[in-house]
Design a protein around this ligand. Sequence first.
Ligand SMILES: [Zn+2]
Length: 273
Amino acid sequence: MAQRGSVEISPRGGGEKRADSCPACGAPMDAEELAANLRVCPACGHHFPLSAGERIELLADQGSWEEIATELRSDDPLGFYDLRPYHERVEEAEYETGLSEAMLVGTARMHNMDVVLAVMDFRFMGGSMGSVVGERFWRAAELAAEARYPMVAVCASGGARMQEGMLSLLQMAKTTCAVEMMASVPVPFVATLTHPTTGGVMASFATLADVIVAEPGALLCFSGPRVIEQTVKEKLPEGFGRAESNLEHGQIDMIVPRRELKDRLVQVLGMLE
Ligand SMILES: [Zn+2]
């Protein structure tokens, strides 16, 4: 059923800078070996981030991905400036990632099943959700509802795009309405939460899915543990906010290792349909 042999992950790709050793177990890392293992540490199973392109490569049947809403680009209605202008930061993210935004949406097939994919990339301004991410998610949901295709979202986000101010927070309401639209048809919506999924994305569409899947060890919470510790002035329990803790507390439905992800998603979508 799987097409594992056809998945090609670039040794230079991924969502983080190339490491010489695994941050979880310290095992020395060979980039080629790591890539061949879908960027999962062969020694301890630590899941390194993937780029949006690698995610699509992992999930979509070969040659089936067709991106939509590519023309949408971030505006800068506030003329926002922190240390540098917002538009400059967006341009830099575009240049560094080769992407047009922090979320790519489109249609694909997964083991011959037509699906709509919405895939986030943490490298693009921390996977933050601005107006374009919200609009792309909306259009993906609209397409899913019209075509009656199930939707699979892959989340990786630091939260709201603060440079867009209130417009960014509005995307939480907008994506929530998009999930509601899919539910009213109904078409199945499954979210895959990857490291890290936090803030406004965690508090909106990511946790509204019919089935919520996570990768092992992923940090999934509204605020990061360090922020919470500083706020409540208490030491948090070991593993707070991690996928395993979320599963234990009923916040997510299952944890699926990357190598099994495509098969399991297709299986879940088959049951929902
Ligand atoms: Zn390791």
